[in-house]
Every structure is written in C-alpha cells, then in structure tokens.
Design a protein around this ligand. Structure first.
Ligand SMILES: CC(C)(COP(=O)(O)OP(=O)(O)OC[C@H]1O[C@@H](n2cnc3c(N)ncnc32)[C@H](O)[C@@H]1OP(=O)(O)O)[C@@H](O)C(=O)NCCC(=O)NCCS
Length: 161
C-alpha cells in the first residue's frame, strides 16, 4: 500500500458494504490485526445477513474509491438504549491526518440521529479520550439486562484473560 495524501478524501456513512468495500476494509484489518482478519470477514457476513438485528452503520473514508479508513457503529447486544463502535482502523500510511477522528464523528452523528449513547471497548483509550470519550467503570445502562446476572436486572462486564 502506498500513501497518496494529495488526492481528496471522501467520508461516507453506509448501511451496507459491497464486496469490494469489505475486501478493502479487510486489507486494512490485515495490516493492523492479521490474526483477526478472518473474524472481521465473518462478522461482516453476519451483519449483512442480519441487518435488522445489528443495524450496522459503516463509516468509510475513501480516496480514489479505495477504502483507507473504517469504523462500525451497531446495536449493542447488551442494551437496547446503547450503540457500540467497533473495528475502527485507518490504513497505517494515512495515520495522524484526522481520519480516525472524522470516522468516529460520522458514527456519533448517526448515534445522535438514533437518539442513543455509544460505548466501546478498546486497548487504546488514549485515542478515544483525546476525542471526547470518557472511561467508565461499569456498563452505563439501568435497563434490565438481556443477560440477567446474579442480581436480576443489572449488567456486568466480565473478562477472563
Ligand atoms: C487509532 C486510529 C484509528 C487513529 O486514527 P488516526 O486517523 O491516525 O487519528 P487522528 O489523526 O484522527 O487523531 C485524532 C486525535 O487523536 C490523537 N491520537 C491518534 N492516535 C492516538 C494514540 N494512539 N494515542 C493517543 N492519541 C492519539 C491524535 O494525535 C489526534 O489528536 P489532535 O487532534 O490533538 O492532533 C489509528 O491509529 C489506527 O487505525 N490504529 C490501529 C487500529 C486501532 O488501534 N484502532 C483503535 C482501537 S479499536
């Protein structure tokens, strides 16, 4: 992949991706998270087949029809009042040009249109706190969980690493 930072960028918010867009996004994922590119492709197929359930919104940055940045906003499986942002990635040769921030802004505008707050999990909180996100120590929802825990109606986030 070679950088051409001179040609104009275009940002699109899409409900569906075509095969070429998925493959171009997968190439970015492969350059950043090679172990997860198969998972990415599988997830994209699931979201396409179950659009009504996941309500995906793809933020895409394009340069001369090539995808150079990607973000996904979708329904939370934990809460009907929240949305989730995931798979945020910018082609490495295009980092630090404001693309990541604009991809998130696109998702946040869509979340606002839907009237819902956004949560995400990340290994890179510094990027998100820089662009206005706040760290949480618990899941921000008072609604009854779809997966009731020991305390009925409360959600718990657990990890086993
Ligand atoms: C994280 C990522 C999406 C940022 O995209 P980007 O286009 O390079 O970011 P931007 O240029 O929009 O940066 C926006 C702001 O965040 C800051 N920033 C970007 N990456 C940062 C990082 N890793 N740590 C701290 N701040 C960061 C920038 O300095 C900028 O701040 P400024 O406006 O004060 O200059 C990109 O680096 C990437 O694809 N990384 C690999 C995948 C990844 O880690 N994704 C996120 C975790 S799910």
């Amino acid at each position: 992949m070679t950088a051409d930072l001179s040609s104009p960028l275009r940002f699109e918010g899409l409900a569906r991706l075509d095969d070429q867009e998925i493959e171009q996004a997968a190439a970015i994922m492969e350059s950043i998270w090679p172990d997860y590119v198969d998972l990415f492709r599988r997830e994209m197929a699931v979201y396409r087949d179950h659009q009504d359930l996941f309500e995906p919104f793809f933020g895409v940055a394009k340069k001369e029809e090539a995808v150079v940045g990607f973000s996904l906003l979708m329904a939370s499986m934990m809460s009907t009042t929240l949305l989730v942002i995931t798979w945020v990635a910018v082609r490495p040769d295009h980092h630090s040009h404001g693309i990541g921030r604009q991809l998130i802004d696109l998702c946040l505008a869509e979340a606002k249109r839907r009237g819902k707050a956004v949560v995400l999990t990340t290994t890179m909180p510094e990027f998100y706190t820089k662009i206005g996100f706040k760290l949480l120590d618990h899941y921000p929802s008072d609604e009854p969980s779809r997966f009731p825990g020991p305390e009925e109606g409360k959600s718990f986030l657990l990890i086993r690493a």
